[in-house]
Design a protein around this ligand. Structure first.
Ligand code: NAP
Length: 245
């Protein structure tokens, strides 16, 4: 199967892993459609890669419907939009932050997948990729809301795979550890020095490393389903165990 004729939709394409995946899949010959809220960033990426871009807020059902209706065919959906908000303990959990994490990571993924499923199946070789996290299996102090959301993403992905068995759809979850993106800046409310400290003295993964995993998973022969990839930096062995020089 030629990659040149396949369309890949990437959510959260304006930065980090989604941007790197957009760039990588475009380089590999996919026709890429990228969505996110920050259009200025998307437009720059479109200019540089030839990807088609559109505004998308996965937490807004109308936006998801508008975005997906504008896509004629879809072979690959990379559900990447997501993130963490805050590091509060359960005793101090904010309803608002937990809700926002659930909305973007879980419901955003469900909405996008449900909307594109008919097109993915019609392609004859559809593929849903979910960017989970090491936090989808490994809980940690202060991780409550993000852990809960990524555990839910894992459950969604496992159920989808079971429900689609026998249909032309592959389902892959990629669970990264520490990747140097805007993730920590967003999580820590824009506190740049605190975000930088997360990566102090260690060599984290890059967004391109995760794009490499996506590109590999979606270019296996159609009968091969890569169920899960867990990928950590060499300097990290669990969600909370890292080696700092
Ligand atoms: P990032 O640089 O902050 O990128 C997050 C992306 O999600 C941005 O493009 C953002 O775009 C988009 N996004 C956020 N809310 C959105 C919404 N409501 N609708 C549409 N797009 C939305 O962080 P990242 O590290 O690349 O994160 C990508 C994924 O990897 C997330 O699911 C994250 O949980 C996961 N992950 C990250 C790490 C890590 O260490 N970095 C580790 C494991 C898993 P706009 O703001 O322009 O909408």
């Amino acid at each position: 199967m030629s990659a040149a004729r396949r369309t890949a939709v990437v959510t959260g394409a304006s930065s980090g892993i989604g941007e790197a995946t957009t760039r990588r899949l475009a380089t590999d010959g996919f026709s890429v459609v990228g969505g996110a809220r920050r259009l200025d960033r998307l437009e720059k990426i479109a200019e540089e890669t030839g990807a088609r871009v559109m505004g998308l807020d996965v937490t807004d059902p109308e936006s998801v419907l508008e975005f997906t209706a504008a896509i004629d065919s879809c072979d690959v959906l990379v559900n990447n939009a997501g993130g963490a908000f805050g590091v509060e303990s359960v005793s101090e959990a904010s309803d608002d932050r937990w809700q926002r994490m659930y909305e973007v990571n879980v419901l955003g993924t469900v909405r996008m997948t449900r909307a594109l499923l008919p097109k993915l199946l019609a392609s004859g070789n559809g593929h849903v990729v979910v960017i989970g996290s090491v936090a989808s299996t490994d809980t940690y102090v202060g991780g409550g809301g993000y852990n809960a959301a990524k555990f839910a993403v894992r459950a969604f992905r496992e159920v989808l795979r079971k429900e689609m068995l026998g249909r032309p759809l592959r389902v892959t979850q990629i669970d990264p550890g520490l990747v140097h993106t805007e993730f920590s800046l967003v999580r820590l409310d824009g506190d740049a020095p605190a975000a930088a400290r997360v990566y102090d003295g260690l060599t984290p993964l890059t967004a391109a490393d995760i794009a490499d995993c996506v590109a590999w998973a979606v270019t296996r022969p159609p009968h091969v389903n890569i169920d899960e990839i867990k990928v950590l930096a060499r300097d990290q062995s669990t969600a909370t165990t890292v080696f700092r020089r």
